[in-house]
Design a protein around this ligand. Structure first.
Ligand SMILES: CC(=O)SCCNC(=O)CCNC(=O)[C@H](O)C(C)(C)COP(=O)(O)OP(=O)(O)OC[C@H]1O[C@@H](n2cnc3c(N)ncnc32)[C@H](O)[C@@H]1OP(=O)(O)O
Ligand SMILES: CC(C)C(=O)C(=O)O
Length: 569
């Protein structure tokens, strides 16, 4: 911005209201939701929705569970009019769902609006006019009284028209548009005047929709305005207080949450916050914020990918990669310390059958919105061993022992540095196979057999004799050995072939339940005479052979592709 231009702006007035109670309140139940995707969302699109697109969005909104849906501004255009007619004529409005239609307080628009809804069961007629100080002056050039007269006249016309449609159950909604730029006492006065025309009472509650048409102040001020308004109305019980926030300062979700704490009972908004300028409040975020505090939002968002798909196609606007709960990257961690904590948190959550979701860096279980765990951890140069271990475990069932993580983590880190890009899970698995499983030099196992095996529990003794054929440095050789188990026997037999000193430091195994045949994986760490340690791994349907392969893998790595006698000696 131009620094000197700051003088063009002034602070938003504060609202002295020490009686406010909202800061101590919590959101404990879902509000009534009203989707305005088909109206406020649609009117802000570069290319407004066609009839077909409106119908696609309509179906999605119904599936999500909206029971109040603003279907458009039917007097504004032919598509808007036809859409309302199609919903009614084709019987597409399920019982229990109300369509809402928006109109200005102008006679011809009101009449046309009513024509659009003839035959509907349940309709909310939404009348608005701007009440802000600025628009009274600039747009209407009218006094407060004249603006009230305009609203009252509109309300009367709505009421008269409704009489011509006895088959319909009507509810009425009034919005003092640009409420956040309106003096509060005037907002109360004009809403009460409209409520009086519509004979509001506890049985006939009027929806008073207080819009932050433009978000002008911090969310606490909006909450104060809502509580002030509720406290100063004469007939609070005759109104349903609704809010309709926009996101000009980026705080629409916060403002709406505080407004709910301040007494609002109904929320108008859109999926992912489409709408005029910076958008309307994002209902998906609001609902999932509630959900992650244990409050049922009464909307079904279990398949967030479908929402994104329809939203992007119909609106031709992409959902941002970092959009709360929905963005492609929000269930993904690239950085090492985050991956490590997620990996540990997920393992704990899965094994401890915890009552509450608690995984570091993940405020929601991705599977609750239809996301899979696979994409949680992604690997680039910022990643660490924990993330690599997570991928190997969750994508391929390889649960490397913790002591093995640094070694394989370093191997992957070298790859990411070399490639300078994100690595796919399959590339990491390929690196694991190349590093540990596909090593055939200097030792390549041709056959292995356990000849004898005996164990005596009483004397706590066991014995095994094995025979194996290996290709060593290109030459086939047979070996025999004995030991206290098959692996020990094989390890002893191998000593004939390997002249250098080496020892076996660590052994782990587990079942590998991927693919159609159950397999086992074994991990073995060997130490060379110079003190260097190397992990090996082997996979086989037979756990003994898996361990034999793991030992050879470790020795092949220790030999570093050179002659066994040279490298290990
Ligand atoms: C905050 C919101 O999102 S409100 C919803 C806004 N949505 C839309 O505007 C989308 C649909 N709108 C349209 O298609 C058109 O604007 C229409 C059909 C509604 C009206 O079209 P037109 O009459 O041709 O033009 P336009 O909108 O410029 O009319 C402005 C006139 O309406 C008056 N007006 C504006 N809002 C209202 C209102 N709520 N009630 C009564 N009069 C109003 C203005 O003062 C102005 O009067 P003037 O001609 O005496 O100066
Ligand atoms: C019609 C009103 C509710 C509106 O869309 C707004 O103020 O943003």
């Amino acid at each position: 911005m131009k620094p000197e231009s700051v003088k063009k702006y002034r602070p938003y007035p504060t609202l002295p209201f020490p009686q406010r109670t909202w800061p101590d309140k919590r959101i404990e139940t879902a509000p009534t939701w009203c989707s305005v995707d088909l109206r406020d969302g649609n009117q802000a699109l570069i290319q407004p929705m066609s009839l077909a697109k409106k119908l696609e969005m309509w179906e999605l909104l119904l599936d999500i569970g909206f029971r109040e849906i603003e279907v458009g501004f039917p007097s504004a255009s032919q598509v808007e009019f036809e859409f309302a007619r199609t919903l009614i004529d084709d019987g597409l409005i399920p019982p229990g769902t109300a369509i809402q239609v928006l109109t200005q307080a102008r006679e011809h628009l009101i009449k046309r609006t009513f024509e659009s809804i003839r035959g509907a069961r349940d309709v909310i007629v939404h009348l608005y006019n701007s009440t802000s100080t600025l628009q009274r002056d600039v747009v209407f050039n009218m006094s407060r009284k004249e603006i009230i007269d305009l609203a009252v006249r509109g309300a009367e016309l709505v009421q008269q028209e409704a009489k011509n449609y006895p088959e319909t159950r009507f509810r009425y909604q009034y919005s003092p548009e640009s409420f956040t730029g309106t003096e509060l006492d005037f907002a109360v006065e004009i809403c009460e005047a409209v409520m009086a025309v519509w004979q509001a009472d506890e049985q006939n509650r009027i929806i008073i929709n207080l819009p932050a048409t433009v978000e002008l102040a911090t969310p606490n001020i909006f909450a104060d305005q809502i509580e002030w308004f509720c406290a100063h109305m004469k007939q609070r019980d005759a109104a349903i207080i609704s809010v309709h926030t926009h996101n000009d300062r980026g705080c629409a979700v916060a403002a709406t949450e505080l407004a709910l704490m301040a007494g609002a009972e109904r929320v108008e908004g859109t999926l992912f916050g489409n709408g005029e300028r910076t958008g309307n409040v994002d209902i998906v975020t609001l609902a999932l914020n509630m959900f992650t505090h244990g409050v049922d939002p009464q909307l079904d968002l279990h398949d967030i990918n479908r929402l994104i798909d329809v939203y992007e196609r119909v609106n031709r606007i992409p959902v941002h990669l970092r959009h709360p709960y929905a963005g492609e990257l929000v269930y993904t961690a690239f950085s090492g310390s985050h991956q490590d904590a997620i990996n540990k948190g997920m393992s704990r959550y899965e094994t401890a059958s915890a009552a509450f979701w608690e995984v570091p860096y993940l405020p929601i279980d991705p599977s609750d919105v239809g996301r899979t765990y696979e994409s949680i951890i992604r690997i680039n140069s910022q990643s660490g061993k924990g993330g690599v271990a997570y991928i190997m475990d969750h994508d391929f069932g390889i649960k490397m022992p913790k002591e093995m993580h640094p070694e394989f983590g370093r191997i992957v880190q070298e790859m990411t540095d070399r490639e300078g890009r994100e690595l796919h899970a399959r590339e990491i698995n390929h690196a694991f196979e190349e590093t540990y499983l596909d090593l055939h030099h200097p030792f390549d196992l041709i056959s292995f057999q356990v000849m004898k095996r005996h164990s005596d529990k009483k004397e706590k003794r066991s014995f095994a004799e094995v025979e194996a054929t290996l290709e060593v440095d290109g030459r086939e050789q047979s070996i025999k050995g004995t030991g206290n188990g098959p692996l020990d026997a094989f390890s002893n037999a191998l000593k004939v072939l390997v002249t250098g000193e080496w020892s076996l430091c660590s052994y782990h195994e587990h079942a590998l339940n991927t693919g159609s045949h159950a397999k086992a994986v074994a991990y073995i760490q060997v130490e060379r005479s110079d003190g260097k340690r190397f992990w090996g791994a082997g996979i086989d349907t037979d756990i003994i052979i898996a361990s034999v392969k793991a030992l050879l893998s470790g020795l092949n790595r220790a030999a570093n592709g050179q002659k066994a006698t040279v490298a290990l000696g």
